[in-house]
Design a protein around this ligand. Structure first.
Ligand SMILES: NC(=O)c1ccc[n+]([C@@H]2O[C@H](COP(=O)([O-])OP(=O)(O)OC[C@H]3O[C@@H](n4cnc5c(N)ncnc54)[C@H](OP(=O)(O)O)[C@@H]3O)[C@@H](O)[C@H]2O)c1
Length: 216
């Protein structure tokens, strides 16, 4: 059983993850930024923490994380302006890494982006900046002292999860349901020995626990 602090808990991946972690007997502290999200997250069985990653500072965030051994970062500005992407996906991740270290949390799971996203398409400056920031965030976490796992999902869908994925160090690009992403994060948390891995993820044919178990 882990004590998990989730940044971005009210999001599409975050809410699914909260439910799966609670079902798996983990304790969850769900960080969210709007008061109206509290009831849903508590209904899923989480304790809640009302904070905005852009407004908070490292000491405040560290106090909120205190008591948790694992942090998941699945927040994102959702393709908004470059400024907001830099603040949430970039500086927000860096603050969370620093706060996790200050709070004594050892494990950190980051939902990043697949390097091939956008390949072959005409991409906007905003998207190019998003990929740049995600990459810098990966590097920031990978250089830290934490036991990290970086997950790079393909294009996220809202299809019902199949419980089956393709997970590897280098795989072909594709879609992955947010439900399967949440299940994969749950499996990473269940595999305590899994650390220092960058995992690419799409929907696939292998049951999630088997797919993640092979990295240990
Ligand atoms: N879309 C794709 O195809 C794709 C592919 C690969 C990776 N990803 C990454 O996957 C992650 C999760 O995706 P998703 O679909 O779950 O995204 P989502 O539904 O947009 O969830 C992101 C969460 O981050 C929260 N957030 C934004 N700004 C915040 C702030 N200042 N303080 C605290 N929380 C804040 C949002 O809060 P609110 O609910 O209040 O808005 C939201 O709950 C994102 O990091 C995204 O970059 C996406």
């Amino acid at each position: 059983m882990a004590n998990v602090f989730v940044v971005g808990a009210a999001g599409n991946v975050g809410t699914r993850l909260v439910s799966k972690l609670v079902k798996g007997s983990h304790h969850v502290v769900a960080m969210h930024r709007k008061e109206q999200q509290q009831q849903d997250l508590e209904g899923r069985g989480a304790r809640t923490c009302l904070l905005s990653i852009t407004e908070t500072d490292v000491p405040t965030l560290a106090s909120a994380i205190k008591g948790c051994d694992t942090v998941v970062f699945t927040a994102g500005a959702g393709g908004a302006s470059e400024e907001l992407t830099n603040k949430v996906d970039g500086e927000g991740l860096e603050k969370t890494v620093d706060a996790a270290i200050a709070a004594g949390a050892k494990r950190f799971v980051l939902v990043s982006a697949f390097p091939d996203a956008g390949r072959g398409k005409k991409i906007s400056d905003t998207f190019e900046n998003y990929m740049r920031v995600k990459r810098l965030s990966d590097a920031y976490l990978a250089e830290s002292e934490l036991d990290w796992v970086i997950l790079r999902p393909g294009t996220l869908t809202i299809e019902e999860g199949t419980g089956k994925v393709n997970a590897g160090y280098a795989i072909k690009y594709g879609d992955v349901s947010r439900d399967n992403v949440a299940d994969t994060i749950r499996a990473i948390i269940d595999n305590k020995a899994l650390t220092h891995k960058i995992i690419e993820l799409t929907d696939g044919d292998v049951p999630v626990d088997e797919a993640i178990g092979k990295f240990v």
